[in-house]
Write a protein that binds this ligand. Structure first.
Ligand code: MG
Length: 294
């Protein structure tokens, strides 16, 4: 047994019946995992208290990634509303939907830094022609950027503009590195696969570098643990990389993995949103952002 997994840990399927699962977050005050079933246009919740899966919202305008802000409130991405928004007890409020007067593509995943700034990716998956994860529409700006929103002032900066389809993102524990996965290679020949690492200082981002390639499939959602290891989704597993890019653990998952999050009463459960199902495995670590503990 690997040291990052609790003794005797095994992957268990907690719930199933979704179409394509994404955007899980652990909600300490509800002892539950909330996630998105994007093509079915609904938000699901699995309760650690009852062991039951329930539908939290439907329709949901195709929500995708979500996280908690500094006050423990849910911040989520909406393909359908093409915005980042906050959900407090089912009251959903938009935070930003435009950059320089133009609509965003379809925000995909989001993290909140310790200063409260909201960082999110904006690939086109919710507006693609014939797509089933939103409402097809032309993009209103040229590219797919990573943005930083300063909520107190409404200031929105495009902080990363050199990726093809930026998708999952997560900060290192000291927030001096932002990891961002790029799924562009799934659609566009020649696009670089894997995760890139960008230096961050005072809300500004420097030149990125390739961090790791993740095979098979792609790295979609990612999380970073307290020791700086990057936990990534892939086609057939969860894969864990040290800060210097060494792959140290592969957890096979019987379905394609979309995203993951840490949670549970002590933060050491890893929840995996994979295609039709939600899985859990017991680890020995926790998310770098202690908010997941509540
Ligand atoms: Mg994603």
């Amino acid at each position: 047994m690997h040291e990052l997994l609790a003794p005797g840990a095994s992957l268990e399927r907690l719930a199933t019946g979704a179409t394509w699962s994404e955007g899980p977050v652990w909600l300490p005050d509800r002892s539950s995992v909330r996630w998105s079933d994007i093509p079915a246009d609904r938000v699901l919740e699995w309760s650690a208290t009852t062991g039951e899966m329930t539908e939290y919202a439907r329709p949901a305008d195709f929500t995708n990634g979500r996280t908690l802000d500094l006050a423990g409130r849910v911040v989520q991405c909406s393909h359908g509303r093409r915005r980042v928004e906050r959900d407090v007890d089912g009251i959903v409020t938009g935070l930003c939907d435009r950059w320089q007067g133009r609509r965003l593509n379809s925000p995909n995943d989001v993290v909140v830094a310790s200063d409260g700034a909201i960082w999110f990716t904006d690939p086109p998956y919710g507006i693609l022609p014939g797509g089933r994860e939103g409402y097809p529409a032309p993009p209103e700006y040229d590219g797919c950027y990573v943005f930083r929103l300063e909520e107190s002032t409404g200031r929105l900066d495009a902080v990363i503009t050199d990726m093809v389809h930026p998708n999952g993102l997560a900060f290192s524990p000291d927030e001096r590195t932002l990891y961002v996965s790029d799924t562009g290679h799934l659609q566009i020949e020649g696009a670089p696969p894997g995760i890139r690492a960008y230096p961050v200082a005072e809300g500004r981002v420097g030149a990125g570098r390739p961090f790791v390639e993740v095979r098979p499939g792609a790295s979609d959602g990612i999380r970073v643990d307290v020791d700086g290891r990057v936990w990534s989704s892939s086609e057939d597993s969860v894969q864990v990389f040290t800060p210097d890019g060494q792959r140290v653990l592969v957890i096979p998952v019987p379905e394609r993995v979309g995203n993951l999050c840490f949670g549970g009463a002590d933060g050491r459960d890893l929840f995996v949103a994979a295609s039709t199902s939600l899985y859990r495995i017991r680890t020995t670590t926790t998310d770098a952002a202690a908010r997941a503990l509540g």
